[in-house]
Structure formats: structure tokens, C-alpha cells
Design a protein around this ligand. Sequence first.
Ligand code: 13P
Length: 248
Amino acid sequence: MARKKIIAGNWKMNKTPSEAVELCKELIPLVKNDDVDVVFCVPAIDIIPVIDAVKGTNIQVGAEDMSFEDKGAFTGQISAAMLVDAGVKYVILGHSERREYNHETSEEINKKVLKAFENGLTPIMCCGETLAQREQGITLDWIRQQVKVGFQNVTADQAKQAVIAYEPIWAIGTGKTATTEQAEEVCKGIRECIAEIYDDATAAAIRIQYGGSVNGGNAAELFAQADIDGGLVGGASLKADFGKIVNY
Ligand code: 13P
């Protein structure tokens, strides 16, 4: 069965609640496309107003992170149960910005992935190499490590539902997109890694996105690759350009 493309915006730390509602109004008519899954991953404080604003549309709402703990004395954190109760379906986990600025490790990200599944959320687990790692020729080794640790104790049935976002760090917010060949090579490598951990059926089902300076001009070529099942979009998800990406 063909995999349905999934195109997700990662708003990062942008848009106040009222600005978020305005942006939804602007984007709703532009991102209509029932052939792909459209997800807005928004800051925690925007989740409730955005869910309200996109009610009745084809848009699903995602969070940008969550705790691996269930509840309790974890000031400032948000639990999976809170996200589910609000109506969230997806959660970005292990974005390179959180790995860098919040020192998140692949082991912690694995705990979050497991917690997301336990609560019925679909994780969008991010991986990606630095420019130095690419230049050293260790990109695939590094990505395989991130995927293997991130998916520890995840069952094949869960993995089939998961989304992995390959985001080369040097391509994020730089306007420097990976070439189509570079993006496809790594996404294919991730699928092979999933086949090694699980089996061919799981590898065929899991969805793998590319992220890093995706825009209306390069989306079609990237998404046409055999192993690229959509995109995780930063800057361009905050603009009308996101409509072009969704309707690539
Ligand atoms: P840009 O699309 O702004 O490069 O960001 C990519 C990203 O980090 C999405 O998670």
C-alpha cells in the first residue's frame, strides 16, 4: 500500500495565541488537500486556540515536545495525557534544536517516543547530522544510531505508525536545502535501518519526512523521491508558501 504523505509545519517559538489563530485563518483555505496528512505543530500555549481554529478542517494539530513523565513535580513540562485531552494527535520529539539547546539525549527521546505511543500519540522523531559529521563521512552511521536508540523497545506495530523526520542540521533555517540525492540517500538509509531492526513490512509502512529549508519551490522534487514521504517545515510553515508545499 502506498504511504500517505505527511506534511507538517513546525512553528517553533513563533506566534502568540492570537497571532496563531490569525495564521490558521490565513492557511486553512490554502492547505486543503485530502490526499496528504497536514499537521500544524505549534507552541504549547497555542495548542488549544489552534485546535479550536482548525476544527472541521483537514488540519491535525501536533505539539513540539512533551515530557516522558506521566505527571507530578516537573515544573514547566507538559504530559502526553494533557496533549491527548486537548485533542493533539502528533508530537515532534528530539528536534535538533532541543538536542542542542536542551541537551536532550537519544535515550531521553526514546522514553518520550514510548510514552507517546502509550498514550496514542504519533511521534515525529527527528534525526540529523551536523555539517562536520557530513564532512567526516559519518552521516549514515550517526543517523542509524539515533534511530536505533530512539526506537528501542518500540514494537513493530507501533513503528509502522511512526514518523521519522530526517533534518540535516546544516540545512535548518539556512536556506541551504540538502540536494534531492542527499535527502533521498539518508531517508532510504533510515528505511533500511528500520528493515534491519524490524522487517520489510514495517520499513514499507513507516513514514519518513525530509526537513531543512523546504519551500514551495523545492517540495515537489523532494517529495517525489521513493523514500521521502513528506516534509517537516520550519520557516515556510508560517507563510502562505505552506499552501504550495501541501499542494506540491
Ligand atoms: P526550516 O524549514 O526553517 O529550515 O526548519 C526546518 C525544521 O527545523 C523543521 O523542524
